[in-house]
Design a protein around this ligand. Sequence first.
Ligand SMILES: C[S@@+](CC[C@H](N)C(=O)[O-])C[C@H]1O[C@@H](n2cnc3c(N)ncnc32)[C@H](O)[C@@H]1O
Length: 203
Amino acid sequence: MKDFWNDRYGRAEYAYGKDPNVFFKEQLDLLPPGKILLSAEGEGRNAVYAAEKGWQASAYDWSENACRKAIQLAEEKKVSIDYQICSLTDLSFEPESFDAIALIYVHFPNAIRSMNFERLTSYLKPGGSIILEGFSPNHLKYQAEQPSVGGPKSDDFLYSVEDMKLHFNGYRFKTLKQQVITLEEGECHVGKTEVVRMHAVKS
Ligand SMILES: C[S@@+](CC[C@H](N)C(=O)[O-])C[C@H]1O[C@@H](n2cnc3c(N)ncnc32)[C@H](O)[C@@H]1O
């Protein structure tokens, strides 16, 4: 799987573009800058945007090509980001050290999703925000009609509002919805689909 991502990021183009995800940008713009962790951040579009807005941005991904292009994008925009090449199982950040954590199109199988959320939220300060956007189960229908929209091909990898309520029990939801949107993110997310959008605050 890691080879798949390294191949995808091996091209000169940015797979999901250089601009931040629309929902991420909208939600981040509501918060005062602090420390943010971008999970499975790929080529750095969201981390670089956060850094441009004055955030101290840390990111990780297991793809070496993703890291190289993220650093290149940061240099292009004249900001700095901390980017670690590692898998979610190797993370070692300080507990409760981030003001915000973002998961933008971070799709793992159901069996390890809880573990991923538990680990990541242990790094979030009380009062900190989780910003998440990912494909919902209805995505598969849209994807069948329009493969250019990309995304996982199995419902085991998809997010629903009900799942988010269970995983983030005790959090305050500023936003939690399933929404039909039209993605225009680089070459790999193009078309109409349904996503889950969540901004949740840790108690
Ligand atoms: C759809 S891309 C999203 C990238 C980025 N969040 C964005 O929105 O541009 C999913 C990312 O998850 C990363 N990824 C998948 N499994 C991973 C794992 N076990 N550890 C670290 N990164 C992983 C891939 O390398 C890829 O960059």
